[in-house]
Design a protein around this ligand. Sequence first.
Ligand code: 13P
Length: 255
Amino acid sequence: MLMIANWKMNMTKSEIFAFLDSLAGEDRWRAWRDRGVRLVLCPSYPYLDFLGDQCKSRNLPFGIMAQNMCAFEKGAYTGEVSAAMLKDQGVEGVLLGHSERRQYFGETDGAVAEKVTRALSTGLLPVVCFGETRQERESGSCAEVWSRQVGPVWERVRKSRAEGIQTPVYWAYEPVWAIGTGQTAGLEEIREVSSHLRKAFGEDCASGLLYGGSVNDESVSGLCEKGTVHGFLVGTAFLDGGNVLRVFDRLFGRP
Ligand code: 13P
């Protein structure tokens, strides 16, 4: 299980120190890791290196991923961060196509596909976010939206695989109406997504499905099903170390 904390535009140095202090106890993290459970933290760009160093010095086996990156390789793109730069910072993967990037920064399905190609060729594990709005759900167009968001990316993944790049890809189903609202999709809806990916793009495509949207220690147990959900992408709740521990305890038991 991959448990990812998307910190979005939150967490300064002092808050990161407090977060890591509250998660102290390297033995339990090793035990969870040995059971196949990993915690990955996604801070803002300026803290990637710092957070990696802090985790190492505390013997906390957490992965570090970025929240975004530029599709271009390098050059005159003021304000952007390249895949190679992320790699240089010891980052293992990157969230791509989050609905907030689509909504506030005009990121298109095509741009997400370009970024995924770049991530794969640089050896970064892409976590590709997709999901429908409330209106799209109510108008019955979910399957069409999922295919539109996943299809162009899956095509690039297959092409990369044909070229010998075997980096895995995770898909984070994050219905827009569930993000930060306290409402979650039900297990039935997540099963529907999994079955849609399988039918539209093949078994392999559905093998790394994560769920995100108002996950916390109360909602998480009802959203977990072996073989369907391979992890969670958590925003608000994982800004707090106590909540991280409560979710881990609830899902995986205290080692
Ligand atoms: P919340 O957990 O705050 O709903 O955010 C989900 C999310 O957007 C994670 O990427």
